[in-house]
Design a protein around this ligand. Structure first.
Ligand SMILES: Nc1nc2c(ncn2[C@@H]2O[C@H](COP(=O)(O)OP(=O)(O)OP(=O)(O)O)[C@@H](O)[C@H]2O)c(=O)[nH]1
Ligand SMILES: [Mg+2]
Length: 368
Protein backbone atom coordinates (compact mmCIF):
# COMPACT_ATOMS: atom_id res chain seq x y z
CA UNK A 1 0.00 0.00 0.00
CA UNK A 2 1.26 3.50 -0.74
CA UNK A 3 1.96 5.90 2.10
CA UNK A 4 -1.11 7.87 1.12
CA UNK A 5 -3.47 4.88 1.07
CA UNK A 6 -2.09 3.30 4.24
CA UNK A 7 -2.15 6.71 5.94
CA UNK A 8 -5.81 7.19 5.10
CA UNK A 9 -6.64 3.68 6.28
CA UNK A 10 -4.77 4.19 9.56
CA UNK A 11 -6.46 7.55 10.10
CA UNK A 12 -9.88 5.97 9.57
CA UNK A 13 -9.07 3.15 12.00
CA UNK A 14 -7.85 5.66 14.59
CA UNK A 15 -11.07 7.64 14.22
CA UNK A 16 -13.00 4.40 14.69
CA UNK A 17 -11.28 3.94 18.05
CA UNK A 18 -8.95 1.04 17.21
CA UNK A 19 -6.20 1.10 19.78
CA UNK A 20 -3.77 -1.02 17.82
CA UNK A 21 -4.09 1.23 14.80
CA UNK A 22 -3.46 4.18 17.12
CA UNK A 23 -0.29 2.60 18.51
CA UNK A 24 0.88 1.77 15.00
CA UNK A 25 0.25 5.28 13.73
CA UNK A 26 2.11 6.82 16.67
CA UNK A 27 5.16 4.72 15.79
CA UNK A 28 4.91 5.97 12.19
CA UNK A 29 4.66 9.53 13.48
CA UNK A 30 7.76 9.06 15.63
CA UNK A 31 9.62 7.79 12.58
CA UNK A 32 8.32 10.59 10.37
CA UNK A 33 7.13 8.31 7.57
CA UNK A 34 5.06 9.33 4.50
CA UNK A 35 2.23 7.20 5.94
CA UNK A 36 2.30 9.33 9.08
CA UNK A 37 2.21 12.50 7.01
CA UNK A 38 -0.84 11.32 5.07
CA UNK A 39 -2.60 10.22 8.26
CA UNK A 40 -1.84 13.51 10.03
CA UNK A 41 -3.29 15.44 7.10
CA UNK A 42 -6.45 13.30 7.20
CA UNK A 43 -6.81 13.65 10.98
CA UNK A 44 -6.09 17.36 11.33
CA UNK A 45 -9.69 18.54 10.74
CA UNK A 46 -10.75 16.35 13.68
CA UNK A 47 -8.34 17.94 16.15
CA UNK A 48 -9.06 20.78 18.54
CA UNK A 49 -11.37 18.94 20.91
CA UNK A 50 -8.84 17.83 23.51
CA UNK A 51 -7.63 19.80 26.50
CA UNK A 52 -3.86 19.55 26.52
CA UNK A 53 -2.10 19.78 29.87
CA UNK A 54 1.71 19.83 30.15
CA UNK A 55 3.49 18.80 33.36
CA UNK A 56 7.13 19.68 33.67
CA UNK A 57 9.72 19.86 36.43
CA UNK A 58 13.06 18.52 37.59
CA UNK A 59 13.85 14.78 37.57
CA UNK A 60 12.22 12.96 40.46
CA UNK A 61 9.92 15.82 41.47
CA UNK A 62 6.90 13.53 41.13
CA UNK A 63 5.60 14.30 37.64
CA UNK A 64 4.67 10.69 36.87
CA UNK A 65 3.03 10.27 40.28
CA UNK A 66 0.97 13.42 39.73
CA UNK A 67 0.07 12.42 36.17
CA UNK A 68 -1.17 9.07 37.51
CA UNK A 69 -3.16 10.67 40.28
CA UNK A 70 -4.67 13.22 37.89
CA UNK A 71 -5.51 10.55 35.32
CA UNK A 72 -7.28 8.47 37.96
CA UNK A 73 -9.34 11.42 39.16
CA UNK A 74 -10.20 12.54 35.63
CA UNK A 75 -11.31 9.00 34.77
CA UNK A 76 -13.47 8.84 37.86
CA UNK A 77 -15.09 12.21 37.44
CA UNK A 78 -16.96 14.12 40.13
CA UNK A 79 -20.44 15.61 40.50
CA UNK A 80 -19.33 18.86 38.84
CA UNK A 81 -16.88 17.21 36.46
CA UNK A 82 -17.96 14.35 34.17
CA UNK A 83 -15.56 11.43 33.71
CA UNK A 84 -13.33 11.90 30.67
CA UNK A 85 -10.93 9.80 28.62
CA UNK A 86 -7.24 10.48 29.15
CA UNK A 87 -4.12 10.04 27.04
CA UNK A 88 -0.67 10.31 28.61
CA UNK A 89 2.47 11.22 26.68
CA UNK A 90 5.75 10.95 28.61
CA UNK A 91 8.57 12.83 26.91
CA UNK A 92 12.16 12.68 28.05
CA UNK A 93 14.40 15.01 26.11
CA UNK A 94 17.51 14.13 28.11
CA UNK A 95 18.34 10.60 27.06
CA UNK A 96 17.38 8.12 24.35
CA UNK A 97 16.97 5.32 26.91
CA UNK A 98 15.18 7.18 29.60
CA UNK A 99 15.00 5.97 33.15
CA UNK A 100 12.32 8.47 34.05
CA UNK A 101 9.74 8.01 31.32
CA UNK A 102 10.05 4.24 31.36
CA UNK A 103 9.92 3.96 35.15
CA UNK A 104 6.93 6.28 35.22
CA UNK A 105 5.29 4.10 32.61
CA UNK A 106 5.82 0.99 34.68
CA UNK A 107 4.17 2.59 37.68
CA UNK A 108 1.31 3.67 35.45
CA UNK A 109 0.95 0.26 33.83
CA UNK A 110 0.22 -1.20 37.23
CA UNK A 111 -2.38 1.45 37.97
CA UNK A 112 -4.11 2.39 34.80
CA UNK A 113 -3.51 -0.50 32.43
CA UNK A 114 -6.67 -2.25 31.33
CA UNK A 115 -8.74 0.93 31.42
CA UNK A 116 -9.96 1.44 27.85
CA UNK A 117 -10.37 5.16 28.57
CA UNK A 118 -6.64 5.58 29.14
CA UNK A 119 -3.89 5.49 26.54
CA UNK A 120 -0.21 5.76 27.48
CA UNK A 121 2.72 6.50 25.21
CA UNK A 122 6.31 7.37 25.98
CA UNK A 123 8.56 9.26 23.65
CA UNK A 124 12.31 9.26 24.06
CA UNK A 125 14.78 11.74 22.72
CA UNK A 126 15.61 11.53 19.04
CA UNK A 127 17.71 14.15 17.40
CA UNK A 128 17.10 17.79 18.16
CA UNK A 129 14.86 19.32 20.77
CA UNK A 130 12.95 21.02 17.96
CA UNK A 131 12.43 17.62 16.34
CA UNK A 132 11.18 16.21 19.63
CA UNK A 133 8.82 19.12 20.16
CA UNK A 134 7.38 18.64 16.68
CA UNK A 135 7.02 14.87 17.13
CA UNK A 136 5.23 15.59 20.43
CA UNK A 137 2.90 18.06 18.74
CA UNK A 138 2.04 15.50 16.05
CA UNK A 139 1.50 12.72 18.58
CA UNK A 140 -0.78 14.96 20.60
CA UNK A 141 -2.74 15.76 17.42
CA UNK A 142 -3.27 12.08 16.68
CA UNK A 143 -4.50 11.48 20.24
CA UNK A 144 -6.74 14.53 19.97
CA UNK A 145 -8.29 13.26 16.72
CA UNK A 146 -8.64 9.81 18.30
CA UNK A 147 -11.09 11.45 20.67
CA UNK A 148 -9.22 11.64 24.00
CA UNK A 149 -10.75 14.40 26.08
CA UNK A 150 -7.64 15.26 28.07
CA UNK A 151 -4.02 14.76 27.03
CA UNK A 152 -1.39 14.90 29.76
CA UNK A 153 2.18 15.51 28.58
CA UNK A 154 4.94 14.75 31.08
CA UNK A 155 8.39 16.13 30.34
CA UNK A 156 11.54 16.46 32.40
CA UNK A 157 12.29 20.12 32.90
CA UNK A 158 15.55 20.60 31.08
CA UNK A 159 15.71 24.32 30.37
CA UNK A 160 14.35 24.99 26.91
CA UNK A 161 12.00 22.02 27.02
CA UNK A 162 9.54 23.73 29.38
CA UNK A 163 9.13 26.51 26.89
CA UNK A 164 8.60 24.05 24.06
CA UNK A 165 6.05 22.10 26.08
CA UNK A 166 4.26 25.27 27.03
CA UNK A 167 3.93 25.86 23.29
CA UNK A 168 2.20 22.49 22.87
CA UNK A 169 -0.06 22.60 25.93
CA UNK A 170 -3.09 24.72 26.76
CA UNK A 171 -2.27 24.58 30.45
CA UNK A 172 1.24 24.10 31.83
CA UNK A 173 1.82 22.79 35.35
CA UNK A 174 5.33 23.31 36.69
CA UNK A 175 6.25 20.91 39.49
CA UNK A 176 8.88 21.50 42.12
CA UNK A 177 9.83 19.40 45.12
CA UNK A 178 11.87 20.07 48.24
CA UNK A 179 15.26 18.47 48.65
CA UNK A 180 16.23 18.26 45.00
CA UNK A 181 19.34 20.30 45.61
CA UNK A 182 19.80 23.93 44.78
CA UNK A 183 16.51 25.68 45.56
CA UNK A 184 17.58 28.89 43.89
CA UNK A 185 18.43 26.99 40.73
CA UNK A 186 14.95 25.53 40.78
CA UNK A 187 13.34 28.95 40.83
CA UNK A 188 14.49 29.96 37.39
CA UNK A 189 12.53 32.81 35.92
CA UNK A 190 11.87 30.84 32.74
CA UNK A 191 10.25 28.10 34.75
CA UNK A 192 7.92 30.53 36.49
CA UNK A 193 6.96 32.19 33.24
CA UNK A 194 6.05 28.85 31.69
CA UNK A 195 3.80 27.98 34.65
CA UNK A 196 0.03 28.44 34.54
CA UNK A 197 -0.11 26.43 37.76
CA UNK A 198 2.82 25.97 40.13
CA UNK A 199 2.94 22.88 42.35
CA UNK A 200 5.26 21.96 45.20
CA UNK A 201 4.94 18.20 45.32
CA UNK A 202 6.35 16.03 48.14
CA UNK A 203 4.81 18.47 50.59
CA UNK A 204 5.27 15.72 53.21
CA UNK A 205 9.06 16.09 52.96
CA UNK A 206 11.29 18.43 54.98
CA UNK A 207 11.87 21.74 53.26
CA UNK A 208 8.43 21.92 51.65
CA UNK A 209 7.44 25.04 53.57
CA UNK A 210 10.67 26.78 52.63
CA UNK A 211 10.16 25.85 48.97
CA UNK A 212 6.58 27.17 49.07
CA UNK A 213 7.70 30.39 50.69
CA UNK A 214 10.50 30.93 48.20
CA UNK A 215 8.24 30.24 45.26
CA UNK A 216 5.50 32.48 46.62
CA UNK A 217 8.02 35.31 46.89
CA UNK A 218 9.43 34.64 43.44
CA UNK A 219 5.92 34.57 41.95
CA UNK A 220 4.93 37.84 43.55
CA UNK A 221 8.15 39.54 42.52
CA UNK A 222 8.89 38.09 39.14
CA UNK A 223 5.53 37.56 37.55
CA UNK A 224 4.31 40.77 35.98
CA UNK A 225 0.84 39.36 35.40
CA UNK A 226 0.66 38.35 39.06
CA UNK A 227 1.69 41.85 40.06
CA UNK A 228 -1.12 43.37 38.05
CA UNK A 229 -3.46 40.79 39.48
CA UNK A 230 -2.31 41.48 42.98
CA UNK A 231 -3.13 45.14 42.45
CA UNK A 232 -6.56 44.28 41.06
CA UNK A 233 -7.20 41.92 43.97
CA UNK A 234 -6.25 44.53 46.51
CA UNK A 235 -8.63 46.94 44.83
CA UNK A 236 -11.48 44.45 44.77
CA UNK A 237 -10.70 43.05 48.20
CA UNK A 238 -10.49 39.60 46.59
CA UNK A 239 -8.72 36.55 47.97
CA UNK A 240 -5.56 35.36 46.24
CA UNK A 241 -5.74 32.24 44.11
CA UNK A 242 -7.40 31.28 40.87
CA UNK A 243 -10.15 33.68 39.98
CA UNK A 244 -13.65 32.33 39.61
CA UNK A 245 -14.64 31.70 35.99
CA UNK A 246 -16.04 34.78 34.31
CA UNK A 247 -19.78 35.05 33.80
CA UNK A 248 -20.88 34.14 30.29
CA UNK A 249 -20.77 37.32 28.24
CA UNK A 250 -18.57 39.11 30.75
CA UNK A 251 -15.69 41.14 29.30
CA UNK A 252 -12.46 39.16 28.96
CA UNK A 253 -10.45 39.24 32.16
CA UNK A 254 -7.15 39.07 30.30
CA UNK A 255 -4.94 38.13 33.21
CA UNK A 256 -4.31 34.91 35.06
CA UNK A 257 -2.62 34.70 38.39
CA UNK A 258 -0.52 31.54 38.65
CA UNK A 259 -1.75 29.64 41.72
CA UNK A 260 0.80 27.95 43.98
CA UNK A 261 -0.31 24.60 45.36
CA UNK A 262 1.12 21.88 47.61
CA UNK A 263 0.59 18.19 46.86
CA UNK A 264 1.53 14.73 48.10
CA UNK A 265 0.94 12.80 44.91
CA UNK A 266 0.98 9.20 46.20
CA UNK A 267 -1.61 10.07 48.88
CA UNK A 268 -3.72 12.23 46.59
CA UNK A 269 -3.27 15.20 48.93
CA UNK A 270 -3.90 18.52 47.22
CA UNK A 271 -5.37 16.77 44.20
CA UNK A 272 -8.80 18.39 44.57
CA UNK A 273 -7.19 21.82 44.68
CA UNK A 274 -5.10 20.99 41.62
CA UNK A 275 -8.16 19.82 39.70
CA UNK A 276 -10.02 22.98 40.74
CA UNK A 277 -7.12 25.12 39.53
CA UNK A 278 -7.10 23.22 36.24
CA UNK A 279 -10.83 23.79 35.79
CA UNK A 280 -10.40 27.47 36.62
CA UNK A 281 -7.57 27.83 34.12
CA UNK A 282 -9.59 26.15 31.41
CA UNK A 283 -12.55 28.42 32.11
CA UNK A 284 -10.22 31.42 32.04
CA UNK A 285 -8.70 30.33 28.71
CA UNK A 286 -12.13 30.09 27.16
CA UNK A 287 -13.70 33.17 28.70
CA UNK A 288 -10.77 35.50 28.05
CA UNK A 289 -10.10 34.52 24.46
CA UNK A 290 -6.63 33.47 25.57
CA UNK A 291 -7.19 29.93 24.26
CA UNK A 292 -7.62 31.17 20.72
CA UNK A 293 -4.71 33.59 21.06
CA UNK A 294 -2.43 30.87 22.44
CA UNK A 295 -3.36 28.37 19.78
CA UNK A 296 -2.72 30.90 17.04
CA UNK A 297 0.65 31.78 18.52
CA UNK A 298 1.57 28.10 18.84
CA UNK A 299 0.56 27.43 15.25
CA UNK A 300 2.47 30.47 14.01
CA UNK A 301 5.57 29.22 15.81
CA UNK A 302 5.18 25.73 14.40
CA UNK A 303 4.41 26.89 10.88
CA UNK A 304 7.47 29.15 10.86
CA UNK A 305 9.71 26.44 12.25
CA UNK A 306 8.52 23.91 9.68
CA UNK A 307 8.82 26.43 6.85
CA UNK A 308 12.33 27.34 8.00
CA UNK A 309 13.34 23.67 7.85
CA UNK A 310 11.87 23.19 4.39
CA UNK A 311 13.36 26.36 2.96
CA UNK A 312 16.72 25.62 4.48
CA UNK A 313 16.75 22.11 3.01
CA UNK A 314 15.74 23.47 -0.40
CA UNK A 315 18.37 26.21 -0.31
CA UNK A 316 21.09 23.85 0.85
CA UNK A 317 20.20 21.57 -2.04
CA UNK A 318 20.60 24.54 -4.41
CA UNK A 319 23.99 25.38 -2.96
CA UNK A 320 24.86 21.75 -3.59
CA UNK A 321 26.91 19.20 -1.68
CA UNK A 322 29.98 19.74 -3.92
CA UNK A 323 30.19 23.46 -3.20
CA UNK A 324 29.64 22.78 0.51
CA UNK A 325 32.37 20.09 0.53
CA UNK A 326 34.79 22.40 -1.29
CA UNK A 327 34.13 25.17 1.20
CA UNK A 328 34.61 22.74 4.08
CA UNK A 329 37.99 21.70 2.63
CA UNK A 330 39.06 25.33 2.61
CA UNK A 331 37.88 25.89 6.17
CA UNK A 332 39.54 22.68 7.41
CA UNK A 333 42.80 23.70 5.70
CA UNK A 334 42.50 27.11 7.39
CA UNK A 335 42.55 28.87 4.06
CA UNK A 336 39.22 30.47 4.82
CA UNK A 337 37.38 31.02 8.10
CA UNK A 338 33.86 29.56 8.53
CA UNK A 339 32.15 32.96 8.46
CA UNK A 340 33.82 34.03 5.23
CA UNK A 341 33.24 30.61 3.64
CA UNK A 342 29.51 30.73 4.47
CA UNK A 343 29.31 34.28 3.14
CA UNK A 344 31.04 33.28 -0.11
CA UNK A 345 28.65 30.35 -0.58
CA UNK A 346 25.65 32.59 0.00
CA UNK A 347 27.06 35.12 -2.45
CA UNK A 348 27.50 32.44 -5.11
CA UNK A 349 23.92 31.33 -4.53
CA UNK A 350 22.62 34.88 -4.79
CA UNK A 351 24.60 35.58 -7.97
CA UNK A 352 23.26 32.38 -9.55
CA UNK A 353 19.69 33.53 -8.82
CA UNK A 354 20.13 37.13 -9.97
CA UNK A 355 18.05 38.19 -13.01
CA UNK A 356 19.85 37.27 -16.21
CA UNK A 357 21.92 34.59 -14.52
CA UNK A 358 19.42 31.93 -15.57
CA UNK A 359 19.19 30.79 -12.00
CA UNK A 360 15.46 30.53 -11.79
CA UNK A 361 14.56 34.09 -10.82
CA UNK A 362 11.70 35.54 -12.83
CA UNK A 363 13.12 37.25 -15.91
CA UNK A 364 11.87 39.78 -18.40
CA UNK A 365 10.05 43.09 -18.04
CA UNK A 366 6.45 43.21 -17.06
CA UNK A 367 4.33 44.56 -19.83
CA UNK A 368 1.80 47.15 -18.98
N1 LIG B 1 7.36 11.38 49.91
C1 LIG B 1 6.88 11.58 48.68
N2 LIG B 1 7.37 10.89 47.65
C2 LIG B 1 6.86 11.12 46.43
C3 LIG B 1 5.84 12.07 46.21
N3 LIG B 1 5.56 12.09 44.90
C4 LIG B 1 6.36 11.19 44.30
N4 LIG B 1 7.15 10.59 45.22
C5 LIG B 1 8.18 9.57 44.97
O1 LIG B 1 9.27 10.18 44.31
C6 LIG B 1 9.85 9.31 43.36
C7 LIG B 1 9.86 9.98 41.99
O2 LIG B 1 8.53 10.14 41.58
P1 LIG B 1 8.13 10.20 40.04
O3 LIG B 1 6.66 10.41 40.00
O4 LIG B 1 8.67 9.04 39.31
O5 LIG B 1 8.91 11.51 39.61
P2 LIG B 1 9.15 12.09 38.14
O6 LIG B 1 9.23 13.56 38.27
O7 LIG B 1 8.16 11.53 37.20
O8 LIG B 1 10.58 11.50 37.82
P3 LIG B 1 11.33 11.43 36.40
O9 LIG B 1 10.30 11.05 35.37
O10 LIG B 1 12.37 10.40 36.60
O11 LIG B 1 11.90 12.78 36.15
C8 LIG B 1 9.04 8.04 43.40
O12 LIG B 1 9.68 7.11 44.23
C9 LIG B 1 7.72 8.48 44.01
O13 LIG B 1 7.07 7.45 44.71
C10 LIG B 1 5.35 12.80 47.34
O14 LIG B 1 4.47 13.65 47.25
N5 LIG B 1 5.90 12.51 48.55
MG1 LIG C 1 8.43 10.47 35.40
Amino acid sequence: MSGLASGAALAAAVRAGERRALARLLTQVENGTPTAQAALAALYPFTGGAWIIGLTGPPGSGKSSLVNALARQLRQGAPERPAVSVAIVAVDPSSPFTGGAILGDRIRMRDLAGDPGVFIRSLASRGSLGGLARATADIVRVLDAAGYDVILIETVGAGQSEVEIARTAHTTIVIEAPGLGDDVQAIKAGLLEAADILVVNKADQPGADAALKALRAALNLAHPAARRWAAADAYAGAQPGPRAPAEPGAPPTGLWRTPLLATVAPEGKGLDELLAALDAHRAYLQASGELERRQREQLAHELTARLRDQLLAALLAQVGPEALAAALDQVAARVCDPGAAAWALAEQWRAARAPGAGGGAPSGEQSG
